[in-house]
Design a protein around this ligand. Structure first.
Ligand SMILES: [Zn+2]
Length: 450
């Protein structure tokens, strides 16, 4: 049995008897509670699990229903780099991780900087995505930092504007981007990196780099551009979202900006919360940008989660080919995969360890991203996890084409059993749920080759 049901479905619809908001979207519910409020939920679960949905012990202990997660930062590599990932494989991986909506970054070929280019991406999404996939348009033409993209033309086709992968270095151009985005009611989503400070670095400029003679990336290369952008935001107004915050200084700058009342939000990724440069190994699967920072930074990010400075957790799912990740820390491409491991890792390391509550984690993964980017909470679909199932992370079992993760071999709790989007195939409205993923058991779990 294949682990998924292709649906041709790409947009969140609304169904007659959605689980959410009948149920409070910020909480988890048992399957039987969900049965009680939504006939659509009951009918799809009965169809997918004729023997009844159950955990490995054959009971319903530990089975919980969440609103589908929303990841505001993924790389699906199409068009242009389909040897790394495709919209099909990436969206399947997302569904297998409990996600029903993701936003795709624009470092593609062609870059979605014009209506014509973004339509090429949207055609692929319409054809191949099994969940709601929404593209970012680039801030600048070709993400080259020279001139602004067609903001007006792209407005209704993109979720927001971002030059992820690069920082926009020209202050004047950035100011113009803030003004244009504001006029269009859109958010500017920024990868903050001052390339003049990076100087060929590839791991955090800390103890590990010094000890092993690696070129370091200083934290200033991240927080300086954030500070600059917030200065611009103070003058222009508008909405600003900071990508993959990795260091304590960035958290503090954003905390102060929020106190000032500026419209700023930010995300961090699971690896910055759970690993630091003390965990580094001489292996490409530990290489991403920004890099794993110090323990102090990691703890500052967790503080930021707790006090609301960090609004959401995104994976920065960035698949590359095996060869591209096989050249050690120095030579490998930047980026790791994350969609299929985010929830189990965060649940295991943060919720089970009493760092944050399960409700808080749902807020960070499902509620806050939708709220910030204007996706209706009713269209969230659902995902069912078995919180008691314990297993080791095995990249060979990923649906993503990417295999590189620093969490390979980690023991985690939490298995996604099914993820479904709202609405159905052709009409996409008023018609219950459509399954995007179904766990087919340990024997059948391996990729089916397509
Ligand atoms: Zn980035």
């Amino acid at each position: 049995m294949r682990g998924f049901y292709p649906t041709g479905h790409t947009r969140s619809g609304e169904c007659d008897d959605c689980l959410f908001p009948s149920l409070d979207i910020s909480r988890a519910f048992s399957v039987s509670q969900a049965f009680d409020v939504s006939p659509s939920f009951k009918s799809i679960i009965e169809e997918l699990f004729p023997q009844g949905i159950q955990n490995a012990d054959g009971s319903a202990d530990g089975l919980v229903v969440f609103p589908g997660f929303c990841d505001v930062h993924v790389h699906f590599r199409e068009p242009g780099f389909s040897y790394k990932e495709t919209v099909r494989s990436g969206s399947l991986a997302a569904a297998a991780g409990g996600y029903t909506a993701v936003f795709a970054m624009p470092n593609l070929n062609p870059v979605p900087d014009s209506v014509e280019n973004i339509k090429r991406e949207l055609e692929i999404i319409e054809r191949d995505a099994v969940i709601d996939v929404r593209p970012y348009a680039s801030i600048t033409v070709g993400e080259m930092g020279g001139t602004l993209s067609d903001f007006e033309g792209l407005r209704d086709l993109c979720v927001a504007y971002s030059d992820d992968g690069r920082g926009v270095s020209q202050d004047g151009l950035m100011e113009e981007a803030f003004l244009r985005a504001k006029a269009l009611g859109k958010i500017l989503v920024c990868h903050c990196e001052d390339m003049t400070l990076v100087k060929g670095g590839y791991v955090h400029d800390g103890d590990y780099a010094k000890r092993r003679g690696h070129a370091g990336i200083c934290s200033e290369s991240e927080w300086k551009p954030i500070e600059r952008d917030i200065g611009i935001l103070r003058r222009t107004g508008g909405s600003y979202h900071v990508c993959h915050v990795s260091c304590g200084e960035s958290v503090e700058i954003i905390r102060q900006a929020k106190r000032e009342g500026l419209d700023v939000t930010c995300e961090t990724a699971p690896h910055y919360l759970l690993l630091d440069d003390g965990d580094l190994e001489e292996d490409g699967r530990f290489k991403m940008n920004p890099p794993l920072r110090s323990r102090r930074d990691r703890l500052a990010l967790i503080e930021g989660l707790k006090d609301g400075t960090v609004d959401m957790i995104a994976t920065d799912h960035a698949p590359h080919s095996r060869e591209e990740k096989s050249r050690g820390l120095k030579g490998s491409a930047f980026g790791i995969v994350g969609l299929e491991t985010a929830f189990p890792l965060l649940y295991t390391c943060l919720v089970r360890e009493n760092v944050i509550t399960l409700e808080k984690l749902i807020e960070l993964m499902a509620v806050n991203p939708r709220r910030r980017f204007g996706l209706p909470l009713e269209g969230a679909g659902f995902t069912v996890f078995d919180l008691n199932e314990r297993y080791r992370i095995d990249p060979d079992r990923f649906l993503s084409m990417g295999r590189a993760t620093p969490f390979e071999g980690r023991e985690v709790y939490g298995r996604c059993l099914v993820t479904a989007v709202c609405g159905s195939g052709t009409d996409k409205r008023g018609d219950g749920y459509t399954a995007a993923y179904r766990y087919a058991g340990p024997e059948n779990e391996k990729r089916s080759g397509g």
